[in-house]
Write a protein that binds this ligand. Structure first.
Ligand SMILES: [Zn+2]
Length: 292
């Protein structure tokens, strides 16, 4: 790809993640903020019904509905599947050019800072992420490799990525994180503008990234009931090394459960509220420094 023609900014795919919701409302009120000369930028709210209800979703997690299998055929009464089709029609209209870049805005109750989530290692994405890392020390880069149409909105586009910011509670606006996120979006838009103009002359040679290895569920009994909490020494320690023997969970009767893996890992999304129902207490990642 040598020219970006269309960029989409989506907020509120999860209705209780308010920073993205209100950023998109701001961009729709003041479209000049995201207007750049070299390409067209659109902004849209992902899940309007969930936003109105103040919930993550109505029937199903919208950000798992972009699978290709339920798109574009077949009947469904599930609101998020219908909405996923509508969004795909907006971003990828039949017979017309698709959006080249999707920026999907999320918040998390985990201490993720300003996390750029990439679904693939496209060189444009890696260089953009490296550039954004220079803007704000809170920026971290997480690679969760997913094929196209893997369910995530960002997977609709080769150059799709998410900005996942936290820690912030669901249903809460945090002004400082709002401003940080806004600056990252403008920096990304400016970068894409410079890319189109062939003006990228940074010499960033390496990028630190966290690559997804596995998920870890809470200890549960045979009925699925949670038996332990995130250990207090691990809470909010996203991106910090977890060594074999370090505490992972604490049971309700004060027993420590230790990490028994053989190598050091870097937990992220620790204690994300929305992941309890998904059976995820945290992700384990590997920290890598790569040449770009
Ligand atoms: Zn989200």
């Amino acid at each position: 790809m040598n020219q970006i023609n269309q960029v989409a900014i989506v907020g509120g795919s999860h209705g209780n993640e308010l920073i993205g919701v209100y950023l998109v409302k701001k961009f729709q009120k003041y479209p000049d903020l995201i207007k750049r000369t070299g390409y067209k930028t659109v902004s849209l709210l992902g899940n309007p019904q969930a936003i109105n209800a103040g919930r993550r979703y109505i029937d199903r997690d919208l950000n798992r509905c972009f699978t290709g299998t339920n798109l574009p055929d077949g009947e469904t009464s599930i609101y998020e599947e219908i909405r996923a089709r509508e969004i795909q029609t907006i971003l990828q209209p039949q017979g017309q050019a698709s959006v080249d870049v999707i920026i999907d805005l999320h918040t998390t109750t985990a201490n993720m800072g300003l996390c750029i989530i990439l679904g693939n290692m496209h060189p444009i994405l890696l260089n953009l992420a490296a550039h954004l890392s220079t803007i704000n020390p809170l920026v971290k880069v997480y690679i969760h490799e997913q094929p196209r149409n893997s369910g995530f909105l960002r997977s609709l586009s080769e150059l799709g990525f998410a900005i996942e910011v936290g820690a912030v509670a669901q249903g809460i606006l945090d002004a400082e994180l709002f401003q940080h996120t806004e600056q990252i979006i403008y920096a990304a838009l400016d970068y894409l503008e410079q890319f189109n103009q062939g003006k990228i002359n940074e010499n960033i040679n390496t990028l630190t990234l966290y690559k997804s290895i596995s998920t870890v569920d809470y200890p549960r009994d045979e009925n699925g009931e949670i038996q332990a909490m995130i250990h207090p020494q691990l809470q909010f320690r996203d991106y910090q090394p977890l060594h074999p023997g370090n505490p992972l969970f604490l049971t309700f009767d004060d027993q420590e459960i230790l990490y028994e893996g053989e190598s050091t890992v870097y937990p992220i999304f620790i204690n994300e509220a929305a992941y309890y129902e998904k059976g995820i207490a945290m992700y384990f990642s590997q920290k890598q420094v790569i040449d770009i």
